[in-house]
Design a protein around this ligand. Structure first.
Ligand code: GLA
Length: 783
């Protein structure tokens, strides 16, 4: 809801929040409030800054308004050269060489729906409204439009900026932000989600003190180094209580979020395209549109903030035929076979997969050109007939006959120097003539700033997707930029942004041409997990790291801003390829089930027991898939600290929920664990039961033999016939534990779980959770 009061006060209301600003008498926009909903605003002066006396070393706006001190105002936009010395929103060099700007309110408009956007890289929604504010700087001949779109139900407001050059001269934009949020207080803690390949999105907290703190990416992609999601929490904000803000950017390139605590203890938050290496020529008559900045406020703690972001992504970012649709359980050939496969091997894997209940077969890297390792062929999107003699069509037909959907891996933005494409068009690779280009994984990037290269990719991919009757595409991106130079423009300060515009153009066209394909974006795992990619691809490969233990942190960190329905999560081999860690087959499932379940291992080598477990897992997952993928997600605790982590996902009508509880390290003889849940209906009665997992005795036969010999007259030597032929083959079920109780008990008290493993003295009731293990709990409303 957008309320305009006296033509100068703007009050944007969502379900639980209000965002209020006004026009000052000198024409600036003063932010009055962002926080928990305020019903009425009879007197806006209650919220405005009062400066009736000038202060030392402060600049007054002009002779008449010497106490209008911009440095001490909460502003919606801030420029340079009028006395506000904090981080600017805009930095433009005018044709006279000066960089002072002074934008003054001109008018406002309420638009139904949205303003223009960077193709489909934008939020959308039904019955939404956008407030457009026009500001002008007459001296510069520039207009600036600020857009505010209100997403009522998810408590999100997005912001966007458009700069229009009405002058006769070129200006240079060195920085233009999407959003600015000035808060009249300090004391915030900033949460960022940082990491690296295979270790993405760890939650990092830092208290903001006087000065500037930046969360950004300079690699050309939104990056695994620093995700664009940035959270700000106030004192006493916990997972479920207290106030916090979430900020994100609908963009896949270099992002920048800065928080500055200024001289008066006000906090400024800015977010937009990273000014790093950015310099845009805006010629006379041209306009520049930023990506959209996203902000949300929650007074329900960090879980509330995450739920707002999740609801926004599910309803207003993800689009197309797969938007709200349950996603298929997949098998991926990568960790199963890497480059070493042929049609027969693939079909063998597909057959095994179909038998287990898997629904989608994904052929990963290695199917095209001469790609038998990572040293060649990117760019040559033509099937390798040695591996697949009947082409993609032949393979796809056979896969589909097994009742599976067919999916394919591509990495379109790249080129190998050993490729036919490079032989034909060496100038298509991003590099600088005369410099030796730097290389990652033997590959370079294609110059997507050039429309003819975008066209080439569109045509090449269209042919491949058609031939393979492809149902799913894994769109990979395995390096970041070096040797940046665009063949399209002389102004290299435009390179990074033009690249992203080229990419979005390609994705706009391909997703329109293939509306039924389920796209999953990937960038060496999670190097481009962002809202921009999610506008085109409903899901993202969260990380190349499939270790069930490290995934707790990767998925929990990701979950602060992105819902489980966006996170690919696979059960893979053990010991794990990335960490050499061993986690039980069901333990691996428990982590993967809180995302979009897949398997990524060669099932031909899986034990009978693992296959049996896989059948049960897939059955269970499908039965509760809606809740796993689209339920309301809560963190039961902060999994980054302490010895436990836990999550719950609750169905919309709260008749069903699934919780998971992880033990990081098992300690002997500890207190019983308490499982306290969230989000259940206090007035409903539920049955809660632990999902019983397979527990193979084999590794513990020496212990069990000794225990039996100790407490009974039977003597069981560890290497005896019974130990070898009987005990080693026994697969037990983990503890049977179930209760019937009200939602109020589960939410407010929690259950004292069975006694944990003490050592040799265990029985079938014992809750045996070894290091890195976990348990799922199914909670169902009683009929
Ligand atoms: C990247 C991806 C993997 C796999 C390989 C194939 O590393 O993240 O999942 O697709 O490329 O080369």
């Amino acid at each position: 809801m957008i309320n305009v009061i006296k033509d100068t006060i703007f009050k944007l209301d969502t379900k639980d929040t209000s965002y209020i600003f006004r026009v000052t008498k000198t024409g600036q926009l003063e932010n009055l409030f962002y926080g928990k909903k305020i019903k009425e605003l009879p007197d806006e002066t209650a919220l405005s800054e009062k400066n009736s006396v000038g202060m030392g070393t402060m600049v007054g706006y002009d002779q008449k308004h010497q106490t209008m001190i911009l440095d001490n105002l909460c502003l919606e936009y801030s420029g340079i050269g009028k006395g506000d010395y904090r981080e600017p929103f805009l930095d433009v060099t005018l044709s006279d060489g000066t960089y002072v700007t002074d934008f003054i309110f001109k008018s406002h408009k309420i638009l139904s729906g949205k303003n223009d956007s960077l193709g489909n890289a934008a939020s959308y929604g039904e019955n939404i409204k956008t407030l457009e504010i026009e500001l002008i700087d007459n001296y510069a001949g520039l207009s600036m439009f600020l857009y505010y779109t209100v997403f009522y139900a998810s408590d999100v407001i997005t912001r966007q900026t458009k700069l229009v050059n009405n002058s006769k001269d070129r200006v240079q934009i060195k920085r233009i932000m999407s959003m600015q949020l000035d808060l009249p207080y300090a004391g915030l803690t900033m949460l960022t989600f940082d990491g690296a390949w295979s270790r993405e999105r760890n939650k990092i907290e830092r208290a903001l003190n006087s000065g500037i703190t930046i969360n950004d990416s300079k690699s050309g992609a939104s990056s695994n180094r620093h995700n664009p999601l940035t959270v700000f929490k106030r004192e006493n904000c916990t997972q479920d209580e207290g106030e916090c803000f979430g900020v994100n950017l609908i963009y896949s390139g270099n992002h920048y979020t800065a928080a500055e605590v200024g001289m008066f203890g006000k906090t400024r938050i800015l977010s937009g395209i990273n000014p790093y290496c950015f310099n845009w020529d805006l010629k006379a008559g041209e306009q520049f549109l930023t990506p959209e900045g996203v902000m949300t406020f929650s007074s329900r703690g960090l879980n509330g903030m995450s739920q707002n972001m999740h609801s926004f992504i599910k309803n207003n970012i993800v689009r197309g035929n797969w938007k709200d649709k349950e996603r298929p359980v997949l098998i991926n050939s990568w960790e199963a076979m890497f480059f070493d496969f042929d049609e027969e091997k693939l079909l063998g894997l597909a057959k095994e997969s179909a038998d287990l209940g898997i629904e989608l077969f994904v052929l990963d890297d290695g199917w095209f050109g001469r790609r038998n390792n990572d040293r060649s062929s990117l760019g040559d999107w033509v099937v390798n007939k040695k591996k697949l003699p009947e082409g993609l069509k032949g393979l796809s037909d056979k896969i589909k006959k097994l009742g599976l959907l067919f999916g394919l891996w591509v990495e379109p933005e790249m080129i190998s120097d050993k490729s036919d494409l490079y032989a034909l068009h060496p100038d298509w690779a991003v590099k600088i003539e005369g410099r030796t280009p730097s290389i990652t994984r033997n590959q370079m990037q294609l110059d997507l700033t050039r429309p003819e290269i975008v066209d080439y990719l569109y045509n090449a991919l269209e042919a491949v997707f058609e031939e393979g009757a492809v149902d799913y595409v894994k769109w990979d991106y395995n390096r970041t930029f070096s040797d940046m130079m665009s063949g399209q423009t002389d102004n290299q300060g435009e390179f990074f942004h033009r690249y992203i515009l080229g990419l979005y153009n390609l994705l706009d066209r391909l997703t329109a041409r293939f509306p039924n394909i389920l796209f999953e974006s990937c960038a060496s795992g999670g190097n481009r997990f962002d809202l921009g990619m999610l506008c085109f691809m409903p899901q993202t490969w969260t990380s190349d790291n499939t270790d069930a233990f490290q995934r707790i942190f990767i998925q929990e960190g990701t979950g602060y801003g992105y819902p489980p329905s966006t996170m690919g999560a696979h059960v893979s081999e053990t010991p794990n390829n990335q960490t050499f860690r061993t986690v039980s087959f069901d333990g691996r499932f428990n982590t993967a089930s809180f995302g979009l379940l897949g398997y990524e291992l060669d099932l031909n080598y899986s034990s009978k027991q693992d296959k049996k477990s896989a059948i049960e897992q897939i059955e269970f997952y499908k039965e509760h898939r809606r809740t796993f993928q689209f339920g309301t997600y809560y963190r039961l605790m902060d999994g980054f600290s302490g010895n436990y982590a836990g999550w719950i996902t609750v169905s919309e009508d709260r008749s069903e929920a699934i919780a998971v509880m992880f033990t990081k390290i098992h300690y002997a003889n500890t207190n019983s664990d308490i499982l306290r849940l969230k989000g259940l209906d206090d007035d409903k009665m539920y049955k809660i039961e632990a999902r019983r997992q397979a527990f193979a005795l084999k590794p513990f036969v020496p212990i069990v033999s000794k225990a039996v010999s100790m407490v009974t007259p039977i003597k069981l030597p560890e290497d005896g016939v019974i130990a070898k032929n009987v005990l080693e083959k026994i697969v037990l079920k983990t503890e049977k534990e179930e209760y019937v109780c009200g939602g109020d008990l589960l939410n407010n008290a929690g259950i004292k779980l069975h006694q944990p493993l003490v050592g040799m003295g265990f029985d079938l009731e014992t809750r045996i959770l070894l290091d890195f293990e976990s348990r799922l709990y199914l909670i169902k409303e009683l009929e």
